[in-house]
Design a binder for this molecule. Structure first.
Ligand code: PEP
Ligand code: MN
Length: 337
């Protein structure tokens, strides 16, 4: 971090700033120029409050030269993180395909979809039991019962289960869930992030609707700083001026995050577009761009789905897509060496 001081600072103010920083374990390189005095801060600056320093009377400007996230940073952990989830692995060159209905609607429904997606090559079953709905009058999910039905579907198919945690009070119900999803709306629910950081299950953090890469990585950092290193990032589209699609899928995040972090990145083309016929091309685009996996909504009767029918693939369409994704993934791996 670099701190540029105002010209009119006095020695006392400078000494008190330097002492304060040194007490925090930071070493200071001072460079006194004609126009400005510049302090180079060396050490773990991730815990320093940049806004607090910028607000000091004698400070003109502060610039970070190091990212504020440490655990999630590729610089301190060059190898890809590979997360074991039961019999499958996320990251490290594997293609994870999470599929299932937006909402668990009944045991029969989720078991039937689980069997179909498993036969097509899905590696995890994803379904919502607790649903974050924009309207309080929309179906809110089956709650605890939904989790029981997901477990029944796992029992039948062997597929690990991924489901969303919306509130701290629900955490005890997630003891037997394989991956805990934190939804876009909760990406910056810091108490929730700390709580899932204090337990060992893998956590998939969906990108907030208007979150920058850094904000998203800071959310991962919350989980990791609390002790849980098993974090998956999920791009699900961001809010832009475009209203034709539900959101705008940001595929650039894949190569960018590949540089910034060692954590696996999966892409959700269903919520990103809101339209079933856009899921296929964008899922293919995500694999071509290097995604570690996909999250795809599949429903046996989209027209009557209780949530997100318009973006759900029928099992037959998912089957055709999954086959293409696996082939493309192989090709990409060959080309990339
Ligand atoms: C979901 O995955 O079902 C969901 C609600 O997605 P998001 O949090 O990305 O809106
Ligand atoms: Mn959905």
């Amino acid at each position: 971090m670099i701190v540029i001081l105002k010209n009119n600072h006095n020695r006392e103010q400078l000494e008190s700033l330097i002492n304060w920083l040194q007490e925090k374990g930071i070493s200071i390189h001072t460079s006194i120029g004609d126009a400005h005095t510049i302090l180079g801060l060396v050490g773990d600056t991730s815990k320093l409050d940049i806004d607090l320093i910028a607000a000091l009377d004698i400070v003109e400007d502060v610039r970070r030269v190091q990212e504020p996230y440490k655990n999630a940073n590729r610089k301190f952990h060059p190898e890809d993180t590979v997360i074991r989830v039961r019999n499958t692995q996320v990251g490290g060159g594997n293609l994870t395909i999470m599929a299932g209905p937006c909402s668990v609607e009944s045991e029969e429904q989720v078991v039937a979809i689980a069997k179909a997606v498993k036969a097509s090559g899905a590696t995890m079953l994803r379904g919502g039991a607790f649903k974050p709905r924009t309207s309080p009058y929309s179906f809110q999910g089956l709650g605890a019962r939904g989790i029981e039905y997901l477990k029944a579907a796992r029992e039948e198919t062997g597929l690990p289960i991924v489901t969303e945690l919306m509130d701290l009070s629900q955490l005890p119900l997630f003891d037997d869930v394989d991956v805990i999803q934190i939804g876009a709306r909760n990406m910056q629910n810091f108490d929730l992030l700390k709580a899932v950081g204090h337990q060992p299950k893998p956590v998939m953090i969906k990108r907030g609707m208007s979150a920058t890469y850094e904000e998203w990585l800071m959310s991962a950092e919350y989980v990791m700083a609390s002790g849980n290193e098993n974090v998956i990032l999920c791009e699900r589209g961001i809010r832009t001026f475009e209203s034709y699609t539900r959101n705008t899928l940001d595929l650039a995040c894949i190569p960018v995050l590949r540089q910034l972090t060692h954590l696996p990145v999966v892409v959700d083309p269903s919520h990103a577009t809101g339209k079933y016929w856009l899921v296929d091309p964008l899922a293919m685009g995500a694999v071509a761009t290097g995604a570690d996996g996909l999250l795809i909504e599949v429903h046996n009767d989209p027209a009557h789905a209780l949530c997100d029918g318009p973006q759900s693939l029928k099992p037959e369409a998912f089957d055709a897509l999954a086959k293409k994704l696996l082939k493309l993934h192989e090709t990409v791996r060959t080309l990339e060496g």
